[in-house]
Ligand binder design. Structure first.
Ligand SMILES: N[C@@H](CCOP(=O)(O)O)C(=O)O
Length: 493
């Protein structure tokens, strides 16, 4: 069963948690208990079978047949190659490539599954309304959600992204999505946090919900605030461990570290849940870009989101209000929903501080660091120099923080770096970092894609090929303050 981080709802089924997306009245759904799952029982299974074993205990109102059907996405050709999430040995660490799905970002690992989780949930929950999925994106979630939900019967999706705040490829990916049920909104003069806050505000509005209900529609979310988004993300940490054992890089029972480039904290929270289920994880390393609110928090215990916002070359991490951090603090505080309530009430003023016991627990669980723009570019170059491996700017942030962690701790534990996006999504910045090695003169983003392919010998991911030639559905412009009204206009009036 599922309960709210804020103590305002208990005893909800998986179907209810997934359908609602977030707790009405505030808070996020978390499992009331965690199953133990021994990685040894998963040896020799395919990715889909591992996914079924990891997810099943959390989906107690789903049949085994339904889950078996859902995980077929991992082997039906949507992910390129045999393995949807290969662990690539690089130097003496491993890079978990999570970007072999249709949109070339880790979000596909969950967003190819969520539509079916939601479809089954609606059935169990006896809901006959259509679903209106609202998504805030800083770049990657948007396209992955559009791709997952396009043309799904009874489902409509609207994605809000900060206009000018995502990479040109990310933007074009969104605006070229097909499907009659897909809508893209470019929020002018706003950042991801404003998009996310507006969407959360809509979920919390009883008036809007009632008005929508009259149109036979209900709201849900495809962001990682939705438990159905987070659950499939736990799977790949098990998968990484199994591969490390198979490749002989760790001895059975050895531990791994995982490094996660962090934005909304969902990917990191999924690693924490894997650890909680018994996966032998030593340190979870949280990597931020110049929007280093989390790195500061882990030092001081103060979450201070009211600070300058930086638009960076790792746009998917340009976030100051990391939604899933609430789930993390729930666990770190000993599941104290009163504390969560008070901290998140204070967070409306832009800052809260946790007590020293909670901070100690946070610091014992996670090591946090950050990398600035220059360091990110340098890390792309030095990793290419050292390993002939090309990181996208987000994973380069993770790599830099891992290097800092190594110098600070000398920890020899085998480490898995979660690689969250293909470098081709950020070609011009990657080419810029690798200028010394490349003689391609790219006048625009599309030439940079070709240039990067030429330099690395890597194929441009299928979903990014010919993007500049595809017909575009221009994004609807909107101000952050106008988001609510726009939704009313589109679906209620
Ligand atoms: N990094 C994200 C922001 C939203 O995160 P989510 O995991 O909650 O969907 C993005 O690329 O949009």
């Amino acid at each position: 069963m599922y309960e709210s981080t804020r103590g305002n709802l208990y005893g909800q089924t998986a179907s209810q948690a997934i359908t609602l997306g977030m707790v009405p009245g505030g808070g996020l759904f978390v499992p009331s208990t965690f199953p133990n799952l021994n990685w040894q029982d998963l040896q020799g299974l395919t990715y889909g079978e591992v996914a079924k074993r990891v997810m099943m205990p959390y989906l107690s109102d789903f049949s085994e047949e339904a889950v078996a059907e859902i995980v077929k996405v991992y082997s039906d050709g949507r992910f390129d190659g045999e393995d949807p999430a290969p662990l690539v040995p690089v130097g003496n660490f491993g890079v978990l490539e999570l970007w072999h799905g249709p949109t070339a970002a880790f979000k596909d690992m969950a967003l190819q599954v969520l539509p079916d989780l939601l479809k089954n949930s609606l059935k169990h929950f006896n809901r006959e309304e259509d679903v209106l999925i609202l998504v805030a994106t800083s770049g990657d979630t948007g396209k992955a959600a559009l791709e997952g939900f396009k043309d799904r019967e009874g489902m409509h999706i609207v994605v809000f992204y900060p206009a000018g705040g995502v990479s040109p490829v990310q933007e074009r990916q969104m605006t070229t999505t097909e499907g009659l049920n897909t809508h893209v909104v470019g929020v002018v003069g706003g950042n991801f946090d404003q998009c996310q806050t507006a969407v959360k505000g809509i979920f919390a509005s009883d008036t809007l919900k009632t008005q929508l209900q009259e149109k036979k529609l209900i709201f849900s979310s495809a962001n990682s605030i939705n438990w159905g988004r987070l659950l499939p993300q736990i799977v790949y940490y098990y998968w990484a461990y199994l591969q490390a054992v198979k490749q002989g890089t760790i001895t059975p029972e050895g531990k791994i570290n995982v490094v996660v480039p962090t934005g909304n904290f969902g990917n990191l929270q999924a690693a924490f849940y894997a650890k909680r289920m018994g996966l032998p994880i030593n340190r979870i390393i949280c990597a931020s870009n110049s929007n280093n609110v989390l790195a500061d928090f882990f030092k001081t215990g103060v979450y201070q989101s009211q600070r300058p916002f930086f638009q960076t070359i790792s746009p998917s991490m340009d976030i100051l209000v990391s939604s899933n951090f609430e789930r993390f603090l729930y666990e770190m505080s000993g599941r104290d929903s009163e504390k969560i309530q008070s901290w998140y009430n204070a967070s409306n003023q832009g800052e809260f501080s946790v007590d020293s016991a909670t901070l100690k627990e946070c610091q014992a669980t996670v090591y946090a660091g950050w990398a600035n723009e220059e360091e990110t570019l340098q890390t792309i170059a030095s990793s290419y120099e050292d390993y002939r491996y090309v990181f996208d700017p987000h994973t380069a942030v993770a790599m830099k923080v891992y290097e800092d962690y190594l110098s600070a701790t000398k920890d020899q534990t085998f480490t898995v770096i979660a690689s969250t996006a293909s470098p081709f999504k950020f070609s011009s910045n990657v080419i810029r970092a690798l200028a010394k090695y490349s003689n391609s003169n790219c006048s625009d983003e599309w030439e940079a894609l070709a240039g990067l392919s030429q330099l690395t010998g890597w194929k441009i991911p299928l979903g990014l090929q010919g993007l500049d030639k595809k017909p575009e559905k221009k994004a609807t412009p909107c101000s952050p303050e106008g988001i609510k009204e726009l939704i009313k206009k589109m679906f209620i009036e």
